[in-house]
Design a protein around this ligand. Sequence first.
Ligand code: AMP
Ligand code: MN
Ligand code: MN
Ligand code: MN
Length: 277
Amino acid sequence: MTKIYDLHCHSTASDGALSPRELVARAAENAVTTLALTDHDTVAGLAEAKIHADLVSIRLINGIEISVQWEKQCLHIVGLNIDPEHETLQKVILDSQVMRQERAEKIALKLEKKGILGALLAIQKEVGDGMITRTHFAAFLVSHCHVATPQEAFDRYLGDGKAAFVSTTWTPLETAVQAIRASGGIPVVAHPLRYKLTATRMRKLLGAFKNMGGQAIEVVTGRYNPDEMRILANYANQFELAGSVGSDFHSPTNQWLELGRVAALPDNVKPVWELWQ
Ligand code: AMP
Ligand code: MN
Ligand code: MN
Ligand code: MN
């Protein structure tokens, strides 16, 4: 049987549309054999996902996607095969959660100054204990007819430098990498091409990441084309990093990006799953 890995996706514990249980059911429908749930700055969905993954014989890898800071740049680091209970990692997660909550309050205030009222209360009601992300603000702005699409919400309000943008000093990259390692997990640079770094800065990042204990980069994500995958495969090999594969699935309404529908990892790249098998 061919194995299908999807090592990056989101549930309602952060900004995904499906509960952990529904997400695992969808993974089973799509013949995924190994799934990592990687919610933004929370491990709250992992227990429910594990119960249902066991029932459908999917191997569940405990994961997370942590927002970090590297030289004034916000990056996303996926931790794979983490111990979600580990004290050092828990501390980093808690810090991120406090930052997210404070940022959400500030975003809501900025929206109120633009005459858009009630966003935070509505979002809090919807997410409960889950992480508040800009995805939730974008959905609120769409459902309350302030914008037509989530993209427009980012372009007008939520994106870098826009009317309701709040700059945040996230956990330093090194702190997150070390916490993931301390918990027995593998630090992975998520979607490396989405940060629009120059080649020089990308090499600086990957060199620093490797020196800190980083072990992998995503070479295949839901949105990369073959040329981009080749570039990333070269970076992985140049910096002796393993390659990961993840759709970054958030919602069934995004028809361009489906759980488990990811290209195969290029042959010349060391698969990240060899690090835990
Ligand atoms: P946050 O981590 O709260 O800053 O939110 C970032 C999340 O917003 C990402 O994980 C994406 O799911 C989503 N996102 C970022 N940019 C866009 C965009 N241009 N359109 C729609 N969703 C976006
Ligand atoms: Mn997201
Ligand atoms: Mn991300
Ligand atoms: Mn993600």
